[in-house]
Design a protein around this ligand. Sequence first.
Ligand code: FES
Length: 156
Amino acid sequence: ARGTPMARMRVNGQALEFALDPATPLLWALRDAANLTGTKQGCGGTGQCGACTVIIDGGAALSCAVTIGSLEGADVTTVEGLTSHPFTLALVAEDAIGCGYCLPGFTCAVAALLQQSPRPAAEQVDALPNRCACGMQPRLRRAIERVAGASAPDLS
Ligand code: FES
């Protein structure tokens, strides 16, 4: 008999092994197996809301749409790994936290964007799939402006 398949990756700098079906979406492995519940499910895993966004190998990715079987050896960062990121601190400084549901995905999306584009254009920010239903967009934008151009931290 074959043993349980293992998916091995680094999550927030720690080596993790998931003894789960390789077809398991990363979102549920993080939440249910690794107890990293910051990452949210918003649209039923249809890839439209961005609430489940994490950073995989330096780029923003929808964790509902990525299977753990495809992530062998990958480097994953979730919102739990961004607690001291300048954007997280800027969100607090701008009082940009509404209900908080969109924020983990938004934080990951912006952190990845800032790494690739330290001074993102407004259109790049608007192109993010993440939406805030609490009306925090102006404050979220100010938080991005607050950190744009600052030296982007290494997320790896
Ligand atoms: Fe909505 Fe993943 S849960 S995009």
